[in-house]
Write a protein of this length. Structure first.
Length: 242
């Protein structure tokens, strides 16, 4: 949870956590490869932004740009009040990213992986912190297993747990509900809502209307011909209509 109590950080209210200004994203090198119209949206501390829309409308592409992993075709993205740069120490210290692909250290067990992540980010009382997150994500019985021995859902929970054992001001999550059962989805929604209420920020691409209603304070609705900032209910209804 965003707090300095366990080696995290104090809340920041002065600058927007995320500000996208007329951003065009795509995987080519020219504006012709943009996957949706330009995006303009701002998110402050204590807010949740759900990025919704049909497959292929640029949800994951926009998140990768917001995480500094993809150069924008046009416009600009500021994170924590400065141009996004995933190489900067501050960005790495305050932005936790979970994308849609598995990313783990195959030679380390679940618990070793989380301990390394927590220690690497300067957290305190790491053993207790890791135990807490292992339990929260239902991995207690598998904490001594290698990632390759886990099911796909368990690997997803490992990646999510890794985001919660480190300090963060902003969580960037690409379809965090992937491969989770309904009970774990509900618990994740509660965790993310608590993160938001504690003054952190959550930006997530999602196909889950429950997550949108529980976590988001606004939704970014992407389409081939339009981009709109709408209410959480409108965003959830757009998912349900797909």
């Amino acid at each position: 949870m965003p707090s300095s109590a366990k080696g995290g950080k104090a809340k920041k209210a002065a600058a927007a956590l995320l500000k996208a200004s007329s951003v065009s994203v795509g995987y080519g090198s020219t504006m012709a490869s943009a996957v949706c119209p330009p995006i303009s949206v701002t998110m402050s501390a204590g807010q949740g932004l759900a990025v919704v829309g049909a497959n292929g409308t640029g949800k994951s592409t926009f998140l990768r740009a917001a995480a500094g992993l993809l150069e924008v075709l046009g416009g600009s993205i500021d994170v924590l009040g400065v141009p996004v740069d995933e190489r900067s120490r501050r960005f790495r210290a305050e932005v936790a990213v979970v994308l849609d692909e598995d990313s783990y250290l195959p030679a380390l067990t679940v618990r070793e992986h989380l301990l390394l992540t927590a220690r690497g980010h300067g957290m305190k009382e790491v053993s207790a912190l890791v135990t807490e997150q292992v339990e929260a994500f239902g991995l207690t019985e598998r904490q001594n297993a290698l990632p390759t021995a886990l099911s796909s859902g368990q690997r997803r929970r490992l990646l999510l747990a890794a985001a919660f054992v480190r300090p963060r001001t902003l969580l960037v999550l690409d379809e965090p509900e992937q491969r989770l059962d309904s009970g774990m989805r509900d618990r994740l929604a509660a965790r993310l809502a608590a993160e938001r209420d504690a003054g952190g920020g959550v930006i997530m691409a999602t196909h889950d209307p429950v997550l949108v209603r529980e976590v988001a304070t606004k939704a970014l609705l992407l389409g081939e011909d339009s981009v709109r900032v709408v209410s959480p209910d409108e965003g959830a209804e757009a998912i349900e209509a797909l």
